[in-house]
Design a protein around this ligand. Structure first.
Ligand SMILES: [Zn+2]
Length: 623
């Protein structure tokens, strides 16, 4: 999943043994943090048959989930995770059997307990989702500007709100699905997908590789397909498909580049689905079909490195998966590292120096803030017991993880590290592993060849301790330093000119906004907007940073554009910092309340719960 900035690109650049003594101190408590009621140690679900009808009038999915299971000797029940599901009946090997529910938990939902024997082969649950299912967002025709739409977002523990399942990343299963939907719509899943609508409006799907529940995904809308290569293409609403073809024209080359670094892509096809703007994330790495925000369609391919990130998850995350959400950095840190390797190969070192420099600056800010309020969450290996795993989706997993891997690369050399990573992806393919397994594998297969390297790198410090280790690689970017020079000139009195921004990349704009002194922008907002027209930028990254300056400087002229942005865009990465900024300035508090009351019906539950938390922390009541 992509939440963070590090992925921005611009097309202009197309152009040891020592560790053993301390290791015991850091033993991870592995299986206690599984965020699940399921008895996965007693019963193993191996295959899912999902059969659902999408009722757009009632805004529910209705049908059944049938699981092939392998119980251990003596097993007497299976417990599946559910949240807000209406259970109609349950069957065990074809016979109706009474079920019961375990106590309800606000974060986890509840356990669906079905009696079985150790000879049971199938359990079948007939059910209906509720209108407040957290994974699902139903959009009206008015909200999409076309026809109605529905999509799911299962990561981290929301799959249970649309499928009764053992909702833990430690467990993998294959699936078949049948989806029935209204005639003029096309359903797609994280599976084999149709490329056009059929007359029956009934569609069959198959995922033959084992995946964890958080990669279950469904989307139904007025979608059309455009091929971009022999084994890749893009789905989008008809009004957007031509723009998508232009934006993602390099997709085939990107896949080949990724394969050249870490080996074969193992999922068959790789397609992208461009969702409506309410999608709460940048992208979601659903196997075979990345779900992506339309905020990356800018017309200049400047933000498509988000696709490199989701593609990289086909190795780190989907192929080798974090075993618990405490190990989330294994998914995201590896993916950001891999993403930047793909981008470097495609667009050059200058490009990656810019993304890395911006990412490191942001990481340092994040860590400084978190050290004041939640210092333990600055450790790579998290402790999310009793909390929502969503709390772990911060810059730490992504960027501290990324810089840790860069520190290893720096120690052993890129060539040797690449050999190790290829070996790692092969060794753990289609498995879910935890942090300790990674550490052991790293020591036994890489660091052992470099005596003392575990201590030089500070493996334990990076993973188990707070803050940023002193050996964090430093990053220099000539392109961003040229922005520093311009800022110095402006402070010295040089007049702002349009030509100063010629050939600038998205990164340079962001660096500019983030490093412009307050004393300067407070008195130059009108000039900046006149020259850059930033209030109307179609680039959501640039718009987001610009709006933060507008709020800080009470630049009210931007408020209509800001309101439009907050109503149109549902991506949490932009909403969260903007609402925080609005609430930290009393002049904008009423604006925040009023805009949110209009905008919230268009946000996915993932974004809404984050914004509601921020509002509640400020005003003490729910909004
Ligand atoms: Zn990701």
């Amino acid at each position: 999943m992509k939440l963070l900035f590090s992925s921005i690109i611009i097309t202009i650049f197309l152009i040891s043994s020592c560790i053993e003594s301390t290791q015991k101190r850091y033993q991870t408590n592995l299986e206690s943090h599984n965020h699940s009621f399921s008895n996965f140690e007693e019963v193993t679900p191996t295959h899912l048959y999902l059969n659902l009808i999408a009722d757009f009038d009632k805004k529910v999915l209705k049908g059944f989930a049938e699981w092939d299971i392998v119980p251990k000797v003596g097993a007497k029940k299976i417990i599946l995770d559910i949240k807000d599901l209406v259970i109609i009946k349950t069957e065990v090997d074809g016979d109706i059997i009474d079920f019961s529910l375990s106590g309800e938990n606000e974060i986890l939902g509840s356990g669906l307990i079905i009696p079985i024997t150790d000879k049971t082969q199938k359990v079948k649950v007939f059910y209906e989702t509720s209108t407040n299912a957290e994974a699902i967002q139903w959009l009206t025709a008015e909200q999409t500007g076309g026809k109605p739409f529905v999509y799911t977002q299962s990561e981290a523990i929301l799959a249970r709100s649309w499928i009764p399942c053992m909702d833990i990343p430690a467990l993998r299963f294959t699936y078949n699905a049948i989806i029935k939907c209204p005639k003029d719509l096309l359903p797609l899943m994280s599976a084999t997908n149709p490329q056009q609508k059929n007359n029956e409006s009934v569609y069959h799907f198959e995922m033959s590789k084992p995946i964890p529940s958080y990669l279950m995904a469904l989307s139904i809308g007025d979608l059309v397909f455009a091929p971009l290569g022999e084994k890749c293409g893009v789905y989008a609403q008809p009004s957007l498909i031509e723009d998508c073809k232009i934006e993602f024209v390099d997709l085939d080359r990107m896949i080949k580049t990724a394969e050249s670094i870490y080996g074969q892509y193992r999922w068959g096809r790789y397609d992208i689905l461009v969702l409506p703007a309410s999608f709460p994330f940048g992208g979601m790495e659903n196997p075979r079909l990345t779900f992506a925000t339309p905020t990356i369609i800018t017309g200049d391919k400047s933000l498509v490195s988000l696709i490199a990130h989701e593609l990289a998850h086909s190795w780190s995350g989907n192929l080798v998966t974090n075993r618990t959400w405490d190990d989330f950095w294994l998914n995201e840190g590896f993916t950001v590292y891999f993403e930047s390797r793909i981008m470097e190969k495609l667009y050059g070192k200058d490009f990656v120096e810019m993304t890395d420099k911006l990412a490191l600056d942001e990481l340092k800010n994040t860590i400084s803030e978190m050290m004041l309020t939640q210092p333990n969450d600055t450790r790579l290996f998290l402790d999310l017991k009793g909390r929502n795993p969503d709390d772990g989706m911060t810059d730490i997993a992504y960027e501290k993880g990324h810089f840790f891997l860069l520190a290893i690369e720096k120690q052993v050399g890129r060539e040797r590290f690449d050999i190790f990573l290829n070996q790692y992806f092969n060794h753990f393919a289609f498995q879910s592993i935890n942090t300790q397994t990674f550490i052991n594998y790293l020591e036994e297969n890489l660091l052992i060849q470099y005596p003392g390297s575990a201590d030089s790198i500070g493996v334990n410090e990076w993973i188990f301790e707070q803050g940023l280790p002193i050996n964090c690689p430093t990053i220099h970017s000539a392109y961003l330093y040229s922005v520093d020079s311009l800022i110095q000139d402006l402070i010295a009195g040089t007049k702002l000119e349009k030509s100063m921004f010629n050939h600038w990349t998205t990164h340079q704009y962001l660096y500019f906004f983030r490093n412009l002194p307050r004393t300067y922008y407070l008195s130059h907002m009108d000039d900046l907007d006149f020259i850059g027209n930033f209030s109307n930028s179609k680039n959501a990254e640039i718009a987001c940073d610009w709006f933060k300056l507008c709020i800080r400087s009470n630049y009210l002229k931007a408020s209509p554009s800001l309101e439009n942005f907050l109503i149109k865009v549902g991506r949490r990465k932009f909403l969260e910092p903007i609402y925080k900024e609005l609430l930290s300035n009393p002049e904008w508090n009423n604006f925040a309340k009023q805009v949110y009351s209009n905008a919230k019906k268009g946000y996915h539950s993932v974004s809404n719960s984050t914004i509601q938390e921020i509002m509640k922390a400020k005003f003490g009541t729910n909004y």
